[in-house]
Ligand binder design. Structure first.
Ligand SMILES: Cc1cc2nc3c(=O)[nH]c(=O)nc-3n(C[C@H](O)[C@H](O)[C@H](O)COP(=O)(O)O)c2cc1C
Length: 289
């Protein structure tokens, strides 16, 4: 872990991102949300959702309001301990009680139903601490017998060139000196998803692949909700020998593709704010025996 954090400048990307795409609040925005101002902020988030702002933008607007409304020290007095699970001890919503199913007003359902892949992302990326928090949030993925059959590998900087070389080798592509495979350079940060099943008498391999795929989908959602752009890509060479070798996969493992991650470009943000892409009709996904 020390190595992971040390490899990249902690906080650099996030600060930049806040400056560019999230207003001037930076880390303070997050703090207002964390420091026990949760209930107030959630109400405000809801209000901004109803005003038509998508998830991360509504959250930031609400956090800024909460920060301005709180006298100094009041947030700290509200308590900010953390439990063994790593989550703050403050109470969140009570998910055990059925509520009306409202795809606009409910932030989680709203994020689920509005998620989009962002095919071309800007260079700012979450830092490694951000990634760990996102991974923490998705580690709730349904997992038969808790085998944890998935992991992600961080690919940044020159490692993307190594991926390009492995893809070229797999595809039999020869390039002129100085030319490189541009595909892995489409984002500054790639996360490779590895399905890593173990032998278990009650949990077949396909179930463990399903869990790994679930982690991938949750990651996309978590990134979306946190305001980052991402697109999941694979390709026919993902499990070719040179590519598997680069990722140091065991024979039992499967590369499920790469998540290309970065900031959402301004032009996308404008489009997303006004987008009315219809969702497919749900009847086709639901039937009886
Ligand atoms: C496992 C997996 C692999 C994918 N691989 C690719 C890919 O290699 N190239 C691509 O253009 N889209 C790929 N996609 C699809 C995109 O990630 C994305 O879902 C699609 O463009 C539809 O956009 P949307 O997510 O906004 O609905 C893949 C999706 C999944 C789940």
């Amino acid at each position: 872990m020390g190595e992971l954090m040390g490899g990249h400048k902690k906080g650099k990307h996030k600060d930049k991102k806040h400056k560019k795409s999230k207003g001037s609040t930076g880390k303070d925005t997050d703090r207002a949300y964390d420091d026990g101002a949760c209930q107030v902020t959630k109400e405000r988030v809801r209000a901004h959702f109803l005003d038509g702002n998508t998830g991360p933008w509504a959250k930031n607007l609400a956090a800024e309001e909460a920060k301005n409304a709180q006298p100094a020290g009041a947030a700290a007095a509200a308590g900010n301990g953390s439990s063994e699970s790593g989550l703050p001890t403050r109470r969140g919503p009570d998910y055990s009680v059925p509520s009306s199913i409202d795809l606009v007003a409910d932030p989680v359902l709203h994020a689920l139903s509005t998620r989009r892949s962002i095919s071309k992302v800007d260079p700012e990326t979450p830092n490694d601490a951000d990634l760990l928090e996102l991974i923490r949030s998705i580690s709730s993925v349904a997992d038969h017998k808790g085998l944890r059959p998935w992991r992600f590998l961080i690919i940044r900087g020159d490692d993307r060139h190594r991926l390009g070389e492995a893809l070229d080798e797999a595809g039999g592509v020869r390039r002129k000196p100085g030319e490189v495979n541009q595909k892995p350079l489409r984002a500054e940060l790639l996360l490779a998803l590895v399905a890593s099943p173990t032998k278990h008498e009650k949990v077949p391999e396909w179930e463990q692949h399903a869990t790994a795929a679930g982690a991938g989908h949750l990651l996309e959602l978590a990134l979306w909700q946190a305001g980052w752009g991402v697109m999941w890509r694979s390709g026919t060479l993902a499990n070719s020998e040179p590519v598997r070798r680069l990722h140091r996969l065991k024979d039992s493992e499967l590369l499920m593709g790469w998540f290309y991650i970065g900031a959402v470009p301004e032009r996308y943000r404008q489009r997303l704010a006004t987008s009315t892409r219809p969702l497919p009709s749900p009847e086709q996904f639901l039937d009886t025996l």
